[in-house]
Write a protein that binds this ligand. Sequence first.
Ligand code: PXG
Length: 286
Amino acid sequence: MSLQVYINGHYVPKESASISVFDHGFLFGDGVFEGMRSYGGRVFRLEQHLRRLWDSARSIYLEIPLSREAMAAAVNATLQLNRIDDGYVRLIVTRGQGTLGLDAHLCTQPAVVIITDHIALYPAEFYEQGLEIITASTLRNHPAALNPRIKSLNYLNNILAKIEGHHAGCVEALMLNHKGEVAECTGDNIFLVRAGTLLTPPTDAGILEGITRDAVMELAVAAGVAVREIALTRHDVYVADECFLTGSAAEIIPVVKVDQRPIGDGRPGPITRDLSARFRTLTRGR
Ligand code: PXG
């Protein structure tokens, strides 16, 4: 049986799962989404993802046409129907069908889509050897224009930064904010280790408040590692002892080179490896 996609309360085979070309999600990127992981058939931190989705929707005046409980049930039902244990879930809510104009009031029915799939991980060597990344010249969105805390369907600035990374032979790229501070990567949050302390940019640096980021900060505190959310510059990156990225899909991935400069000794560091092991235990048990 092919993968079944949830569209507005119905299940449709992947091959015929489609949305109208008049949907404002398609026409304007007018909508919000979540990318989540399931382990052993359960979504990791589903409540937190739903809270973020509802916050994103509220921020763009989008009313999700389901209760949070019904959405959670729909996500779980879609995973079960597709018999996916360790997988990826993409939850999308768009403004729905409207006209070719911008007017959101003409979109009367938001579209809700839930796609579950097997997870496409980065190759194992990236986790073992660490990634090389570059700083993109494309800045993260100015928070006063479109706040990066909104996980909206407008990912164009991140996509442009990712293309820059690709041109430099990198699978991820570091994005700075409008002040020139370190914000995050195109689809992952960033952490540094300096003198045994874990450093990461604060929310007001204009970043998505990653759910993996939250989990990693909790794990660090439990491991006795001090955590500071503090404005960081590229200087801090270059002189860090360790660097790693976090995201639902990538989990924790070491970074060993930034802009051609080795970070620390150029190998994944001990705190990165310890937090990765703790994250595996948290998500998969022993
Ligand atoms: N920052 C941004 C800009 C993101 O899009 C994260 C951080 C990590 O957040 P979580 O909650 O997942 O820990 C994301 C994650 C991809 C991809 O292909 C990434 C994301 C969404 C869709 C695709 O890398 N978001």
